[in-house]
Design a protein. Structure first.
Lengths: 264, 264
């Protein structure tokens, strides 16, 4: 396969088609240069609480789009179907994940409002371009995510802890990793913490709450960014009667270019 | 009066106290270094539409805070009272401004949700520090604001045109004006347009829709930033039964430092 073909196969539309046909994989490294998104769909009577929660917690929950009730389309990816085009979903009932299907066609309800939330996979392209290695991509793993002891600011019926993703960064590249991601606030912006994981209440880096543990190289500093999976921790803590989300690490690949989220 | 005394008199709390006692003035240049905010308060059953509208139009409507229904306090300025601490308000009924009082105590309702929206006055401090003259402040006028022909993206029952503020900038300082404001996306970020006002559908710079016309120096380029008064154009176009806003140019002065809104 030529380089061109590989690039084409990785374009957002083709990625979504493969996931629609049932391929299950983490989307890290897919369609580089295009923004990826977390999904949370809730019944309309919970939509205000979710939107207010995101407004009050913009770093873990930067909103990229909100659909009208019942719609499974988004201007972020014309032609895409939010019910089928992610590799994996979670179905939540009263705060408990009860199923992890590859589509949610039979779980769909006409009053569902879908929230698409920025994902740190989006800034990975900029970090790679700056020479920062992505250990989880190199190792074929889902980025490790950890539930912290930092509470988010509550909104209405919603509350819960902040979740972070972690990437080991060589110390000489820490500056680049921080400044490149800081320019992309719509996809979490700069890190919330570097170094000692105890500062976030994380006991053991080898046991992530979501995703896979990743091998650091000697000298690497663990760098923590807020993570859209925060909303899943919030669903678990706040127990809305029904919700749909993506499966952690298995994101919605949009047609929006990373540059559109860059502030300067 | 010493420089220190002047600075103290301009601190946010003292500014708010003077406005609470009835002083009516544009807040441009007051409490430099502290963020200012647009106010829109609507009945709770309109709050979701407003929040969704802001999410879909983040450049004119960057949300800094949303109160719980009925609350007149905000963490952006502990001790402040949103009903009295702005120099001037507008009371809207069915999309028509019916009154411009200096407080809204007797108009307050216990189901009102208040939105505080970033204001371009906030980045003026950074522009001044970069040497960019603020013609409207020098001339003792309210910044000129214009209703454009660019529609915002609708949300629920809300729709309307984008409103912009205009500052004449010497060409050699255009770069600084753009890059300094771009780093402050929570207060509108970089300009949406520079130069020929016809590009935004503005016929005559000498006749602003809000605020005062301002004298440009020879060679100045008109630079247009999105403006939180957009929400007032939206109220006028969408006609909710009741709304309260600030009077254009007479903002809520918060205790939040400008730097808190800076991304890099």
């Amino acid at each position: 396969m030529s380089v061109t073909a590989v690039r084409t196969a990785r374009a957002p539309r083709e990625a979504r088609e493969r996931f629609r046909r049932g391929l299950r994989a983490t989307t890290a490294g897919w369609a580089p240069g295009f923004a990826q998104a977390n999904l949370l769909a809730v019944p309309a009577d919970w939509a205000y609480d979710v939107l207010l929660f995101c407004q009050r917690n913009p770093k873990p929950c930067p909103v990229l789009d909100v659909t009208d009730a019942g719609a499974w389309t988004t201007p972020l990816a014309p032609g895409a179907d939010l019910r089928t085009d992610l590799p994996g979903y979670r179905v939540w009932r009263h705060g408990v994940p009860v199923e992890e299907p590859t589509d949610v066609l039979r779980h769909w309800r006409k009053n569902l409002v879908s929230f698409l939330i920025g994902c740190s996979f989006t800034f990975e392209t900029a970090l790679v371009a700056a020479g920062v290695p992505m250990r989880h991509v190199e190792q074929g793993r889902t980025v490790p995510m950890y539930t912290t002891r930092r509470p988010c600011r509550p909104a209405g019926r919603l509350h819960g802890p902040m979740v972070v993703s972690m990437r080991p960064v060589p110390p000489e590249l820490l500056g680049a990793a921080i400044s490149e991601s800081a320019l992309l606030p719509a996809v979490h912006g700069g890190p919330v913490h570097c170094g000692e994981p105890g500062g976030l209440g994380i006991a053991d880096l080898s046991r992530p709450d979501f995703g896979d543990a990743v091998e650091a190289a000697p000298g690497d500093i663990p760098v923590f960014w807020t993570c859209g999976v925060t909303l899943q921790a919030v669903v678990a803590a706040s127990r809305p009667p029904f919700a749909l989300t993506h499966a952690p690490g298995q994101m919605f690949v949009t047609d929006a270019r990373d540059e559109q989220n860059r502030v300067a």
